[in-house]
Design a protein around this ligand. Structure first.
Ligand code: ATP
Ligand code: MG
Length: 287
């Protein structure tokens, strides 16, 4: 399985006059789940494109520093090997549908077909992903006739089915309702449990708090903060970088202002219930 090492990375687009990534240093451990967060225009999508090698293979500009996957810079990787190593789900699901397949099933099978995988294996793998994402009901539909949320699920399925070691998802739930979003997080979690390295750009902080191992905060092309999810999301000043905290953390921080000091700051519902219970017991409040 694969880790990523980014050293002193900076980047300027070919048409841009200024750098949009500055001095990025980041180690992405194999098999962990990283959430990439921050305000619009911070450089999240650009960083994803650097990691998957789209920059500099297809988008030139000026890239300095190193981006190593398995110890080799992405610029030295063969592009088709790199594409098998790193799967990428676009921010806009409409650009990911191939447009050449007539059914969702065939659309999801498309990448495997191109790799020359045996037909019986393709069928099996596509079926597995369809049931993992709960999209059996659209499998015979035309991909062009799907809703935004359905397209987003199909785009995700067509990448996951390829089983790359590294999976990058750029806002994969933007078109989805809360239930659909939660389902995607569960599917991503299953990929993590299979040992995949996950990089997710996402704004839904409650779900990040629950699922991500690490958080990287980008603003104006700089990493403003990085660390374990519970550390980054329990610091009040993380909000200074335009990143929201969860309601559980905000409540705890308010309580502290009234001298109600819990043992530690929760970031999830589960955390919060446990910490509050403890705190109430300490106060002698009986349930
Ligand atoms: N193709 C491009 N050519 C020139 N500049 C670009 C290009 N794509 C993005 N930029 C600039 O790079 C900066 C970072 O953009 P990027 O899309 O990486 O941010 P982001 O964090 O993904 O934002 P969002 O949350 O809106 O998706 C922005 O200032 C943007 O204007
Ligand atoms: Mg983006």
């Amino acid at each position: 399985m694969s880790g990523i090492e980014i050293r002193n990375l900076s980047y300027r687009y070919p048409t841009g006059s200024e750098k949009v990534l500055h001095d990025i240093n980041l180690t992405i451990e194999s098999g962990k789940f990283y959430a990439l967060v921050g305000v619009n225009g911070g450089g999240k999508t650009t960083l994803c494109n650097v990691i998957r090698g789209f920059i500099p293979h297809f988008f030139k500009g000026e890239r300095n520093g190193e981006v190593l996957i398995d110890g080799k810079d992405v610029s030295d990787w063969d592009t088709s090997n790199l594409a098998q190593k790193v799967g990428f789900v676009f921010q806009n699901p409409f650009t990911q549908i191939s447009g050449v397949k007539e059914t969702v099933f065939d659309e999801i099978a498309f990448g495997l077909e191109n790799l020359g995988v045996e037909v019986s294996e393709i069928k099996q793998r596509v079926q597995n992903i369809i049931s993992l994402l709960g999209i059996e009901y659209i499998q015979h539909k035309n991909p062009n006739e799907l809703s935004g949320g359905q397209k987003q699920r199909v785009a995700l399925a067509s990448i996951i089915v390829m089983e790359p070691d590294i999976l990058i998802f750029d806002e994969p739930t933007s078109q989805l309702d809360p239930q659909g979003t939660e389902e995607i997080f569960k599917a991503i979690d299953i990929m993590k449990k299979k040992g995949k390295t996950i990089i997710l750009v996402e704004h839904k902080i409650e779900l990040i708090a629950e699922y991500a191992d690490y958080i990287v905060v980008l603003q104006d092309g700089h990493i403003k903060r990085q660390g374990r999810t519970e550390d980054v999301l329990s610091k009040e000043d993380t909000q200074d970088f335009g990143v929201g905290l969860t309601q559980y953390t905000l409540l705890d921080l308010q309580m502290r202002k009234h001298n109600m000091n819990t043992d530690r700051i929760p970031i999830t519902e589960r955390d919060s219930v446990q910490i509050m219970k403890q705190w109430m017991e300490l106060q002698g409040v009986r349930s």
